[in-house]
Design a binder for this molecule. Structure first.
Ligand code: ME8
Length: 519
């Protein structure tokens, strides 16, 4: 067998200056879904997430709370790490930028960039947003009526004037434009790509990459009164986790360049402009794709720690369960666009798509196998055109799902699967196997077998989004653990007639409002 093709996927690393909010969880869930999809589709997946622990924002938050940065991290980082078990994340590593492996790596990339002639010392004077940890040209800022100057993301900027090292970003303008041109899929979705291309085409200033006014960060090699700009430090996490600076490390050799950096749309510029330039300067390859997802709004408001309308993601899982929460966000929000959520919207999806459409189909068909056939999967008779058509729809799901996932259109992959769930419900209702029990038991058996086989394929395909519930469905169909990957989809591994199934149990509970629940 040929070795599995590698696939390296990452989330942004979050600032743990507060506790995780739903935007963080959303990014992690979506990235996890893509990672699981690729694993089931035969890739050697490496999935990284973690925390971005340096920078002036971290320092200021700690000072405001009367803490040291280390205390603040001790308080918040465990909450980010706890997202793993709470949201069913399958990350292979969790990186913290305060780790020794990362300091070594960030200093090494700096030295490589310096050796390449791309770093020089000068004086920076310009605007800086602590909230964005970003430098902006004056033309990108606006002065509001009350005398506050805001950057392009609407966050306050302050005037900074200090000695600084600079990176020759300007020297990479043409190489970046050529790269965007030669790799139209590098920045996704397309609207984000257009923004970046026009930003770069407008001209690139050299970038200030060190600060001297605080010390919460990684010292510049050979000049420790300078602290590295937090984005040089942060972006490097993606290669640290593969073993950089040891470019001969097994993981680095097999998995760099990254296939996909999943990030929010507010940090596209760092990933699609600065990061490739840093990498090239250090003699490394640029990532293959940067996908900027949209922002989540709760009742129309952008959620953020500073605005203070954060909805606790752990609370959502406690209320609805992890798989319904994962399904809701990935199905409801077109991946790449902004989205909003509310209790009513979550409950509507939970009860309609999960409990009624998929849950009832499984429950009704499998309990008929239990009651009428002693729990043994029947031998199908001659397949009717309807039976054949139903199986063909199920067999066709993988191709559609794959095409959607090639473009990270997670919502379209799920829509394709749920189209088949709807087809299966129509097929089951039209065939009415309950009416065939006496008149045509063989046909009843055929309909139940076809329905079970369709559910098998649906369950295999929903594993990336709802791993726990899909596993329960596959258990109900007695599908062995080693027969659950995408190679088992289509006609190659049909359910074997004669298999004894366990007693069916409900997999997707309806959400009942607490006040409506029976006392
Ligand atoms: O930007 N909806 O960290 P961060 C959806 N440390 N996504 C959101 C969101 C929302 N309401 N709010 C934030 C950082 N995000 C840096 C990243 S990577 C080398 C360094 C997303 O904690 C945001 O777009 O502010 C980003 O991708 C991630 O959450 C972490 O945001």
């Amino acid at each position: 067998m040929s070795p599995k093709p590698p696939f390296y996927i990452t989330t942004a690393i979050a600032y743990p200056n507060g506790v995780p909010h739903m935007g963080h969880a959303y990014e992690a869930i979506a990235t996890d879904c893509i990672a699981r999809f690729k694993r089931l589709d035969g890739f050697d997946v490496r999935f990284l997430t973690g925390t971005d622990e340096h920078g002036i924002k971290m320092l200021q938050t700690a000072q405001k709370a009367g803490l040291t940065p280390a205390d603040l991290l001790a308080r918040n980082v465990p909450r980010f790490a706890a997202m793993g078990p709470a949201f069913g994340l399958s990350n292979d590593d969790f990186i913290r930028t305060t780790e020794a492996r990362h300091r070594r790596s960030a200093q090494a990339i700096w030295e490589r960039m310096a050796a390449n002639g791309d770093i020089y010392k000068s004086v920076y004077s310009g605007w800086y947003s602590v909230r964005d940890e970003a430098y902006y040209a004056e033309s990108e800022t606006v002065l509001t009526g009350d005398g506050v100057r805001l950057g392009p993301q609407g966050t306050p900027v302050e005037w900074v004037e200090e000695e600084s090292y600079f990176f020759r970003l300007g020297a990479y303008q043409q190489r970046l434009l050529d790269y965007y041109d030669a790799n139209p899929g590098f920045i996704m979705p397309e609207a984000r790509r257009n923004e970046v291309v026009s930003f770069v085409a407008g001209g690139l200033q050299d970038l200030s990459i060190s600060r001297t006014t605080f010390d919460w960060g990684i010292p510049v090699p050979g000049d420790p009164k300078h602290i590295m700009y937090v984005w040089v430090d942060a972006l490097t996490n993606y290669i640290t986790a593969l073993g950089y600076p040891d470019t001969q490390a097994e993981l680095f050799r097999s998995h760099w360049p990254a296939d996909l950096h999943v990030i929010g749309k507010d940090i596209i510029r760092f990933h699609a402009v600065y990061w490739p330039a840093f990498l090239w300067s250090a003699g490394l390859d640029a990532p293959r794709r940067v996908f900027g997802h949209g922002f989540l709004f709760n009742r129309g408001e952008k959620m953020s720690k500073s605005v203070g309308n954060v909805v606790d993601p752990f609370g959502l899982v406690e209320t609805y369960g992890v798989d319904p929460v994962r399904y809701f966000f990935l199905r409801e929000v077109a991946f790449g666009q902004d989205g909003s959520y509310s209790h009513d919207a979550i409950v509507a999806r939970m009860n309609a798509d999960l409990a009624n459409d998929l849950g009832n189909l499984a429950q009704r068909s499998l309990s008929m196998v239990g009651k009428n056939l002693d729990g043994v999967l029947p031998v199908p008779g001659t397949l009717s055109p309807e039976d054949e058509a139903m199986l063909a729809l199920a067999d066709g799901m993988l191709e559609k799902a794959r095409a959607a996932m090639e473009a990270q259109a997670i919502h379209l992959y799920l829509a394709a699967v749920w189209a088949v769930v709807a087809d299966a419900n129509r097929y089951f209702a039209a065939a009415a196997p309950w009416a065939l029990r006496k008149s045509d038991p063989e046909k009843m058996g055929t309909v139940l077998w076809v329905t079970a086989e369709v559910i098998r394929q649906i369950a295999i395909l929903v594993q990336p989004v709802m791993p726990g519930s899909a596993a329960k469905l596959l258990d109900l169909l007695a599908v062995p653990g080693e027969a659950r990957d995408f190679a088992q989809l289509g006609p190659v591994a049909r359910l074997a007639p004669g298999t004894r199934l366990p007693t069916p149990i409900g997999v997707f509970p309806r959400y009942v409002e607490p006040e409506a629940a029976p006392q």
